[in-house]
Design a protein around this ligand. Structure first.
Ligand code: SIN
Length: 531
């Protein structure tokens, strides 16, 4: 079966939905998403969305904070553009029905690590859930938007793939997509294709990302020949709950923004030994400090203490965190919470320009899947929802212009050919490889890296990839197999990029090159598949 549209949106978080809602005024939009439409990283975002609003704040201050966190490799023109478009996208979100927390007659603004001002709009500690609620409702109400849930994109359909040769320029015509519930592969043909698939936290053993975050967009774009940048900069969130049943539940940085202190097991506060901003230092510094504390003292976790604040304030400001911790018999108003770092956000991704367009014609990438130059070597907290919303507006405007000004004559697009593939009788191969990659990435390509660890990781991932390729062509495609192939590709890209960066900067720390080398390394790491 073929499904045709003007705009194909892959992914249903803030980036994909806000693009879809705007694009639907100009043509038919189809959204494909792996699970239920709301199941996206956006839905789990706690902190909020940063944008200058108060009289005490300025665009320059937000720009400066972003650049300082980014450790010398932010694209300053992009930072300026995104920060200055912040107020417009906040207004759009409010117009679409998002209800941010207020205080008196204005919005309540919170603070997180690296921010010199309170400038983060939030909805209690469930900001993403509120944004997702409002945007899903707006998308579902639009007759020009069709949503295909439980549909996992397998690969992009590009000109060079159809013609089976490497053309000078390449164009995208849509994607082959697995309908998970009916086990059939459908062909989605579109004039414009948008990747809004989010990040790649599941490439690592411990992550606070939801299960859907398996690097699909980066892997598909790489296989199609797009440029990929800065994959070595995987951000670890410093504070996820340390509890066997908690699945690395996020304890928002806003908890430190409201005064919480990180302590050793014996109660000693330790961030003052690492940075003058103490507990509100940029996230890479806090995560590395915790890693060092745990290794130095042989502890399994550190402790986040907000017990000095009024319990009523804590329960009102952090209702979700408070209730979730209580389920694990932890009362944050009375006792410090055990916390550890876990992967949270991919700062690299598919290279896209100021309009969100990739180097494959008619293919756009926005949100966490994209590399725009905003985050540099370390994303400033709550800049990600901002980036997604700003680029959704820019990409939609550019895509509509393309739609109006270009001829879209597409070649004959073949349906998916599963050849002689049969149903797999050994799903254990998938689960074994899945586990091995994530453990290997955690142990060898984590917060602190070395040349030897990276080389070990690369040789293991390559072996696993050979097995996956063999398995991939022998057996019918399943959603588990699609995700396994994608996490293996992304793992390889992260290791490859980490090996290329011969210094330590932001989120990439290599003990063999412990210093920052601005002379040779103050640039992006770009990789592209050789055909
Ligand atoms: C958090 O709530 O700590 C996450 C915010 C972010 O990563 O932007």
């Amino acid at each position: 079966m073929k499904v045709e549209s003007d705009f194909l949106v892959i992914g249903s978080g803030l980036a994909g939905l806000s693009f879809a809602i705007q694009a639907a005024k100009h043509g038919k939009v189809v959204i494909v998403t792996k699970q239920e439409v709301k199941e996206s990283a956006t839905n789990y975002a706690q902190g909020g969305i940063a944008s200058v609003c108060s009289e005490d704040d300025t665009f320059d201050a937000h720009i400066q904070d972003t650049i300082v966190a980014g450790a010398g490799v932010c694209h300053e023109d992009v930072v300026k553009m995104v920060v200055e478009e912040g107020p417009t996208v906040i207004k759009n979100l409010v117009d679409w029905g998002v209800m941010f927390t207020t205080s008196g007659n204005s919005y309540h603004l919170t603070r997180e690590g690296g921010h010199s001002q309170r400038r983060i709009y939030h909805t209690d500690d469930l900001t993403g859930r509120e944004i997702e609620r409002a945007l899903v409702a707006a998308a579902k109400a639009d007759p020009n938007i069709e949503i295909y849930e439980h549909h996992a994109a397998i690969d992009l359909i590009t000109e060079s793939k159809i013609c089976k040769k490497n053309l000078g320029t390449n164009r995208c015509f849509g994607a082959h997509v697995l309908d998970n519930q009916n086990n059939v592969v459908r062909t989605f043909i579109s004039k414009i294709t948008l990747l809004a698939t989010g990040g790649a936290g599941k490439v690592y053993l411990y992550t606070c990302n939801p299960d859907v975050v398996t690097g699909d967009g980066v892997a598909m774009a790489y296989r199609a020949g797009a440029s990929i940048a800065n994959m070595e900069f995987m951000q670890f969130h410093p504070t996820t709950l340390y509890h066997p049943q908690a699945k690395s539940f996020l304890i928002s940085e806003a908890v430190r923004g409201e005064g919480a202190i990180l302590r050793r097991r014996d109660g000693t506060p330790f961030m003052e030994f690492y940075h003058n901003l103490k507990d509100l230092a940029p996230r890479d510094i806090v995560a590395r400090a915790i890693d060092n504390e745990m290794k130095t003292h042989g502890d399994d976790c550190v402790y986040l203490d907000i017990t000095h604040k009024d319990p009523k304030f804590i329960k009102k400001r952090f209702p979700n965190i408070y209730e979730t911790c209580l389920k694990f018999n932890l009362d944050m108003t009375k006792e410090p919470l055990p916390v550890v770092p876990a992967t949270h956000y991919l700062c690299g991704g598919v290279v896209s320009d100021k309009n969100g367009e990739t180097d494959i014609k008619n293919l756009y990438a926005i949100g966490e899947v994209a590399f725009t130059g905003l985050h540099g070597a370390n994303r400033l907290a709550s800049n990600s929802l901002l980036e997604a919303a700003v680029f959704a507006g820019r990409a939609y405007r550019h895509a509509v212009e393309e739609l109006n000004n270009s001829d879209f004559v597409s070649p004959v697009i073949p349906d998916w050919d599963s050849g002689t593939a049969t149903d797999s009788d050994e799903m254990v191969v998938v689960s074994q490889n899945w586990d091995e990659i994530r453990r290997c990435m955690w142990n060898y390509v984590g917060i602190v890296r070395s040349d030897k660890r990276l080389a070990r990781a690369m040789s293991r991932v390559k072996l696993i990839q050979e097995e996956i390729v063999e398995y991939y062509w022998d057996f019918k495609v399943t959603s588990d197999l699609i995700e396994l192939r994608n996490i293996a590709t992304v793992a390889e890209l992260i290791i490859m990029s980490a090996q290329m960066r011969k210094e330590s900067r932001g989120l990439h720390f290599n003990i063999d090159y412990p210093g920052r080398d601005d002379l040779h390394c103050q640039k992006d790491t770009i990789v592209r598949k050789q055909f």
